[in-house]
Design a protein around this ligand. Structure first.
Ligand SMILES: Nc1nc2c(ncn2[C@@H]2O[C@H](COP(=O)(O)OP(=O)(O)OP(=O)(O)O)[C@@H](O)[C@H]2O)c(=O)[nH]1
Ligand SMILES: [Mg+2]
Length: 319
């Protein structure tokens, strides 16, 4: 596994693909490869793109690849699918849509479909970013479907978070509810050709007017439409890329990159501890049948969850 890590460091596409697949399948000793590459991570600009299913994230990403390549930078894309049974078809769409970049060695696109249990998805995303990072990609785009907590978690892994809103979905309300206002570095009003786009723009703007921005960065709102003229689309995405770069420069100039990096490693140690401590204990409890017994006891109100947890802690934790 360490060997895979070494080969990934040289930019070996097959090794990188294997690693991403192992991360996806949660092959246990994949950690050995990550241990090996970790010292070399932290070079890339990680951009998260999130929004409701079908908001147009992949269409945007595909075009963003062009803008990034036009500046001679290399790109790695990871489309994260937290619930593969439902969005399996969409994943296929991702691949097809970005196929025009398939022959470009400066572009590497992969999807990551993995079970989300117990921070597993977060761990997989973090590790996947590391792999794309050490293979030498300048910019890494992580597409996550905005479902539940997922969209908020991207802040733990990305330097710049793009939130895609589309007209006619009541998104402005959803965005507040989901805590997206706090995580967005740039808002994108997508499908601007659709009715209600201007209204959504204004609503987002007035929401911004009420917001406080302790860091000093006020998230810009960019309107994009991919349905009309390809040239217009390309131009608006070039502008979006400019904003993305501005944000990165802002982070650097205000020493905020360190803050994001710290958030990232905090998340990583959390995820790693879960996987090293909580998961093995839980699987032992499940395998021995103790977990079932606990459930039965709780059903009969013979005890409570905290007493049970204390008992498990007493057994496994050295104090
Ligand atoms: N009207 C309109 N449709 C668009 C626009 N951009 C994308 N679409 C369409 O919206 C649909 C979904 O686009 P995707 O790019 O796959 O959206 P996504 O957010 O990646 O979708 P998931 O990954 O499944 O969540 C496709 O049929 C696109 O053709 C736009 O600007 N205007
Ligand atoms: Mg997509």
């Amino acid at each position: 596994m360490e060997e895979l890590g070494k080969r990934a460091l040289t930019g070996d596409i097959r090794a990188v693909s294997r690693l991403i697949r192992n991360i996806e399948d949660q092959v246990p000793n994949t950690h050995e490869a990550i241990k090996h590459i970790f010292p070399f991570t932290g070079r890339a600009h990680v951009v998260g793109i999130t929004g409701a299913p079908g908001a147009g994230k992949s269409t945007l990403t595909d075009q963003l690849i062009c803008s990034i390549r036009a500046q001679n930078k290399t790109v790695g894309v990871m489309a994260v699918d937290p619930s593969s049974p439902f969005t399996g078809g969409a994943l296929l769409g991702d691949r097809i849509r970005m196929l025009r970049h398939a022959d470009d060695p400066g572009v590497f696109v992969r999807s990551l479909a993995t079970r989300g249990a117990m921070g597993g998805l977060s761990k997989a995303v973090g590790d996947g970013i590391h792999v794309l990072d050490v293979m030498g990609k300048d910019v890494i785009i992580v597409e996550t479907v905005g479902v539940g907590q997922q969209e908020v978690d991207i802040i733990n892994h990305a330097h710049t978070v793009l939130v895609v809103l589309v007209p006619g979905m009541g998104d402005e309300v959803q965005a507040i509810k989901a805590g997206l206002m706090e995580v967005a570095d740039i808002f994108i009003i997508n499908k601007a050709d659709r009715e209600g786009a201007r209204k959504l723009y204004k609503e987002t703007l007035s929401m911004m007017d009420m917001g406080k921005f302790p860091s000093g960065w006020r998230p810009p709102i960019v309107m994009v439409e991919s349905n009309l003229e390809p040239h217009t689309f390309a131009k608006s995405v070039d502008e979006l890329y400019e904003k993305i770069n501005e944000h990165y420069v802002f982070l650097k100039e205000h020493n905020l990159l360190q803050e994001r990096a710290q958030l990232k490693v905090q998340t990583e140690i959390n995820d790693a501890l879960r996987s090293a401590i909580l998961e093995p204990v839980l699987s032992r409890l499940v395998e021995s049948g103790e977990f079932d017994q606990m459930v039965q006891k709780l059903m009969k109100k013979e005890t409570d969850p905290y007493t049970l947890a204390d008992e498990v802690a007493a057994k496994y934790l050295i104090k």
